[in-house]
Design a protein. Structure first.
Length: 131
């Protein structure tokens, strides 16, 4: 949502249709939602670990830092040099946070679905190979 509002406002600027301006809009449209998703994934993971205040305070800090830095990047695109490393370093950990947030029963069901799909795919590969 932040990315959409910010991009809308940026299109109102004079001279935004330069290569740097369009690159800035592209970076905002790609990385701001990703950063929001990372913050939310970590928040949910910590809430499930019963670290409620830690989750709230960290989410508040990182969301505020993201908003300030993205708005700073609108006027100084070099700010992306400081934003991108945090996003890229947190991305691999987010897979662990999301997977750990799924309850055991849900993981079990998901594995069964994947196994059924693999068996069906193997069966169709065998039958299509015989023809």
């Amino acid at each position: 949502m932040v990315a959409m509002v910010l991009m809308f406002r940026m299109f109102e600027f004079e001279g935004i249709f330069t290569p740097i301006g369009l690159l800035n809009i592209a970076l905002i449209s790609i990385f701001t939602p990703r950063a929001e998703a990372l913050i939310t994934a970590k928040h949910g993971y910590m809430m499930l670990q019963d670290k409620r205040w830690g989750a709230i305070l960290r989410s508040t800090f990182w969301r505020s830092a993201l908003l300030v830095s993205v708005y700073a990047a609108v006027f100084q695109p070099l700010t992306w040099v400081f934003i991108l490393p945090f996003i890229l370093l947190a991305s691999p950990a987010s897979e662990v946070w999301i997977w750990e947030s799924v309850p055991r029963e849900g993981r079990r069901r998901l594995r069964r679905i994947w196994a059924d799909q693999a068996r069906e795919k193997a069966a169709t590969d065998i039958t299509s190979g015989e023809e």
